[in-house]
Write a protein that binds this ligand. Structure first.
Ligand SMILES: [Zn+2]
Length: 420
């Protein structure tokens, strides 16, 4: 089908609402990754109709910054009313932004190389109805540009190394050949290797020393790592029934988890400047902590870095479909980021032993407390505002982990008041 025809069909489908049974059937197909573009368009159109039903359109551009300034200038007698109207529009638009972002991701998952027109048309549809500002549209544009950049790097590699062994050897610097059995997947913005036994061990160790972790105890696991600026995912499978496990639901979920990390690595850089958070911490590697102010500034830089890492991990588990608690981030647990940095009171650090110990203890308490509250806020959001995980995560996309409780409180107050 020519592209222009495809777009006009896409426009038509948008306006048709499918029946419930078809809808459920198609949702299942989408979940198992077997949905066609036309079918997904139908699902999204039905969902958009439903979204419009529960969220009245704004029908004019609504730039929150500009509008808030106007509210502040309204006469005192009517300010309360103006502020209420502002809040309604603001929160409705926020939901639309999140919903739109999720639609784009679902279209991309169905076809990572979908023409940009379809993605732009989706943004336009939401933008018209929910008054996206120029700035909000620009963020979508930036993110899609970044996505397409990543995507073309993946495609380039695929073309440059049509042989999967050459590609893996290029990425890892190791030496694999036809005797090594593994599967390769070209995800939207990552390359995944699924392997078992010796090969799995060899790939994992070639990329990262995973020996110390409980990675080889028979569980299926996976990890994400940037190699030569490419997001590489490895899913080592240790089992006697190789084939079954490679295609199992558990493996698919882990794959989804790791792809979320690949996506977050882009989003976290865009919204929080993750790479500079990281280098802010690394720059202290050779610093001698011989006075209190050095310790303070180091720990100040550590805090946003470890929180962003915890945020990434939490979101990946949620998207995988698994609930997690703050515990996994605690001392000696699997995602003990403070421990990885050697940041516990007994670490052999400094001549300022007591000061160091005191400050680290405070940091640990504050860090764990923030994670605990942010995770609780997320679960409350999902339950109270009756949102699916993907939309709930999208609502918080540009919010740092420590901001989640306050953000969720606002959204929930709105969703309660809008239900009267
Ligand atoms: Zn993870």
């Amino acid at each position: 089908m020519p592209e222009t025809e495809k777009i006009s069909q896409f426009e038509k489908i948008k306006n048709r609402v499918i029946n419930f049974i078809d809808f459920v059937r198609l949702k299942q197909k989408e979940y198992s990754g077997e949905i066609s573009f036309e079918e997904l368009s139908e699902v999204l159109a039905a969902e958009f109709a439903e979204f419009q039903n529960s969220n009245p359109q704004l029908n004019e551009e609504f730039d929150p910054k500009v509008q808030f300034e106007l509210v502040k200038k309204t006469p005192k007698e009517v300010r309360k009313k103006a502020l209420d109207e502002f809040k309604t529009k603001f929160e409705t638009q926020k939901l639309a932004l999140a919903e739109c972002r999720v639609y784009l991701e679902r279209l991309i998952r169905q076809n990572p190389d979908l023409k940009r027109e379809f993605l732009d048309a989706t943004i336009e549809k939401f933008a018209r109805g929910y008054g996206f500002s120029q700035n909000q549209k620009q963020i979508f544009k930036d993110l899609l540009d970044k996505y397409q950049e990543k995507r073309s790097e993946i495609i380039d590699l695929k073309e440059k190394y049509p042989n999967k062994y050459d590609l893996l050897n290029y990425l890892t610097g190791l030496n694999f050949g036809p005797q090594d059995n593994f599967e390769i997947f070209f995800d939207p913005m990552s390359i995944t290797f699924k392997a078992s036994g010796e090969v799995a061990y060899k790939i994992s160790h070639g990329i990262e020393n995973k020996k110390g972790k409980n990675f080889w105890n028979g569980e299926i696991g996976g990890f994400h790592k940037i190699l030569k600026e490419i997001s590489v995912i490895v899913i080592p499978i240790i089992t006697s029934d190789e084939f079954k496990t490679i295609h199992s639901i558990a493996t698919r979920r882990i794959h989804r988890h790791e792809m979320e990390h690949a996506k977050n690595s882009m989003l976290h850089e865009y919204f929080f400047g993750f790479n500079s958070l990281k280098s802010n911490v690394l720059k202290y590697r050779d610093v001698e902590f011989d006075d209190e102010s050095k310790i303070s500034s180091y720990l100040n830089d550590v805090y946003p870095y470890v929180l962003t890492r915890a945020r990434d991990e939490f979101i990946s588990y949620i998207i995988q479909g698994k609930n997690v608690s703050q515990k996994i981030f605690s001392r000696n647990y699997i995602y003990d980021y403070l421990g990885t940095l050697g940041l516990y009171p007994d670490a052999p650090y400094s001549i300022l032993g007591d000061v160091w110990r005191k400050k680290i203890t405070e940091l640990e308490v504050r860090y764990q407390d923030t994670i605990k509250k942010s995770i609780a806020a997320f679960y409350l959001l999902r339950k109270d505002a009756k949102l699916n995980s993907e939309v709930a995560v999208a609502l918080l996309t540009d919010k740092e982990f420590s901001r989640w409780p306050i953000e969720v409180k606002r959204i929930i107050e709105f969703s309660r008041s809008s239900k009267r």
